[in-house]
Design a protein around this ligand. Sequence first.
Ligand SMILES: [Zn+2]
Length: 266
Amino acid sequence: MIEAFFKLKKYRKYHNLICLVSIHFLMISCTNKEFVPAIVLTFDDDHVESWYENRSVFNKYNAKVTFFITRPHKLSNTQIDMLLQLQAEGHEIACHTLNHFNAINFIDSIGIEGYLKQEVDSCLKVLKSQGFNIYSFAYPFGSTNQELIDSLKTRFSFQRGSIYNKTNILYRKKRPLSEWNNIYITSGNQFYSQAMGIDEIYKNSMTLIKPGIDRCKKDSIALLLYAHEIVVNTQKNYRIDINKLDSILSYADEIGVKFLRCQDIH
Ligand SMILES: [Zn+2]
């Protein structure tokens, strides 16, 4: 009887020890989550034909990307079919609000609940009724604040802002992407991250982008990028030249950096 008691006590001691060790390792694995070296390529607004017609550039590298849709209620049936085909091929279709307003300006006038109802929930409803599985959200103009980010956590597994700011002097100095910590997804920001623009207007040449991709590999983290329309031979505006896009995909593929969708981050 006494022996059995000691055995039980001994067992309890070890049991508690095992529990403590398990919790400790669980905490380490939660706080030091290791990401695969990856690029998260995203495309915004409603340039459906250009994405659909140029999707062979993604297939060439087996890259899956995310398309953030705004004004979904204005899409034609043909555009909806193209997006459904992109979704069926493994790409992600995501939410970019109903009318593409600047969130902070909008909240100032009608409040956060009004914004959520009019710009977010209504957009979600339309996209879901069109047959899309929605996991992620991108803020028009990258405009957001912490309260809004917290409010959207229950609706989306990932939210994307942007680092682009025409008035930012540091931005105009054109630093390599590797120097922008906020455009990398790590264990501390897997619910919200900013993204770097790679359209022609942002003037991020391959010379600036390549060190950014190298850092993915070196630090085993994910780089978040965004663009708009995919065009052949363009050097202006919110468009990315298909040859530049091919160069980014090709270089990442060459050095073993994967491609993730926003829904893959969490
Ligand atoms: Zn947009």
